[in-house]
Design a protein around this ligand. Sequence first.
Ligand code: C2O
Ligand code: CU
Ligand code: CU
Length: 469
Amino acid sequence: MLLACLAGACGDDTSKQDPEVAEGRASLPEGWDQELALTRALDRDPAPNVVDVELDARVSRVEVAPGREIEAWTYAGQSPGPLLRAKVGDTLRVHFTNNLPEPTTIHWHGLEVPADQDGAGEHGSTVAPGETFHYQFTLRHAGTYWYHPHYNSTEQVWRGLYGALIVDDQVEPELGDELTLLLHDLDFDQASGEIDSTDELGELGRFFGNEGHTLLVNGRVQPTAFVHPGSTLRLRVINTSVSRYYRLAIEGQKLTRVAGDSGFSERAQLLDDVLLVPGQRSELMLSVPADASGELLMRALPHARFLCADCGEGADLMRFAVVPGSGQTRMPPASLARIEPIDTSAASQRTLTLSQTTREGHTALAINDHAYGYDTLMLHAHVNSTELWTIVNDTDYDHPFHLHGFRFQVRSEAGRAPAVGEWRDTTNVAARTKVELAVFFDDRPGSWMFHCHILDHAELGMMGMLHVE
Ligand code: C2O
Ligand code: CU
Ligand code: CU
């Protein structure tokens, strides 16, 4: 079908897409991203600054490869869920219905929403089966975000509940044809398509962090995008895996990293590979060489987050097939964003130590020796205050630390300042190292979670609650 498409025979397949987006794709072959395209949620409100969508969660069979279906947990029957896209300053309304056999929530990962819209914490926002919840908030910062449940999260995310949320700036620089890539992994029964539970390996599975043997990019096994020599792509990459780290690389190519979790970095970085820990995002420009032919292979290189569990050969993720034509080359501007350092002269300091422990005879993971669900760590902070947090990893394996509701600036990681200034909400704390971060709590009181985004680890107790009051 795709070849027919490339030959111009796939008709009005782009009709369901937004006209602006379709125009931006003119430089690439028609249907170039067909295997990867995300369905955009329909905006039911004609008002220019309101995006109003309807979404449900339900069990549905989805195809991961030609003729291969799995019984996924989906948003609107799709995994990944529909792409939610709006502009800075817009109000997003999501009328959500839970058609799953168990409660769920939607958490807006990385967005600065009011506490009672965060889909997590103590605000009673769990949505029971058959029930509806209306989320509503204003989008503050441009960037690449995502949404996922925060109830029985390991299992629900693993089974396919995740989607991208893009916030565009009023004016976006020309960085190339856009492709949003959600990286995921899971295990399922090849015959029935039934997804294996993350409980199957029990405590040990949680402790290592469940990693699936099937890797998916936008819900597909090793999909292909079609590009021209000389074209530039802007890749918005989101790690939605419950535990897997991706050290992303494209064979023989450098990647230009332009943005992190929440908007552009100060300036672009030219890198051989880019580490994405669970929950994290990076935006990358890929320049297809003018003399390229054949295909460019995107891989996850071996990376040891835990002993050498995944130090093998790495894994192939997707391909960029180069087809004749001439692409449009883009260069990043010299300066991408101004990142004003948070003033920490009056900041109060705290240390959060991540450790391994036991509770009731079981392995548990703790923050400051408190394990969530047993003796949950409760922190208190004031609205309109700045804090400097030192996250100490007292274990022999990595943890991706995530804070809800407030994006932060990393001051140092393993003793070094980060290479570029940028805003993050998730950051790796490598084994036996420290990360220092600065955060400003604006006037959004309520309870906010912070946790290891290896969701299995959060479940083993590496999660706490921050009360901003
Ligand atoms: Cu992706 Cu508690 O978050
Ligand atoms: Cu979050
Ligand atoms: Cu962890």
